[in-house]
Structure formats: C-alpha cells, structure tokens
Write a new protein. Structure first.
Length: 95
C-alpha cells in the first residue's frame, strides 16, 4: 500500500475492534445486572470481567480503552460512572 491509502487498515481495525469490545462489554454488563440481588446493586456473576481479561490478553493492552468506554456507558446514569469505568479498565490492564 502506498502513503495515499488512508485510513490505514491498522487504524480501521483498531477503531472497529475498540467499538466492538465496548459494545460487547456494555451488553454483557446490562445482562449481568439481571442477576443482581434485590437489596443491593451487587451481582454474583459479572460476565464483562471475563470479556475484559480476554480482550486485553488476546488483543493487547490498548483494548483497556474499550473496557473504559463500555463500562462508562453501562454505568452512565450514576455519578460514579467514571470511577467505576477507570477501575474496570485498570483491572483489565493489570490483569
């Protein structure tokens, strides 16, 4: 490919994979909330953490940004959403 072939396939692949992982994290988070206890907001099963570890392990640490975006979207009505999203992304990044 020449220099005029923009956007490069690596950039497009990164953007598409980031959006896909963020959307999948969001969907799994919403699904996981169906298992939460009635008295609390805690859920005994949290599927997005498995996706987060898988995506960071297989696709690289740059996928932590997609975990942040997905977690932020899933927790957005809460004022603590950025803190929760940072914690989710950091946990996936550290492994």
């Amino acid at each position: 490919m020449g220099d005029s072939d923009w956007p490069k396939s690596g950039v497009v692949r990164l953007v598409v994979s980031t959006l896909f992982i963020a959307l999948a994290y969001y969907a799994l988070a919403k699904f996981g909330l169906y298992f939460q206890y009635a008295e609390t907001a805690a859920s005994p099963v949290w599927f997005p953490s498995g996706l987060a570890l898988f995506s960071v392990s297989v696709l690289g640490r740059r996928m932590a940004a997609s975990i942040f975006l997905g977690s932020l979207a899933a927790n957005l009505p809460s004022l603590a959403a950025p803190v929760i999203a940072f914690g989710s992304a950091t946990a996936a990044y550290v492994g």
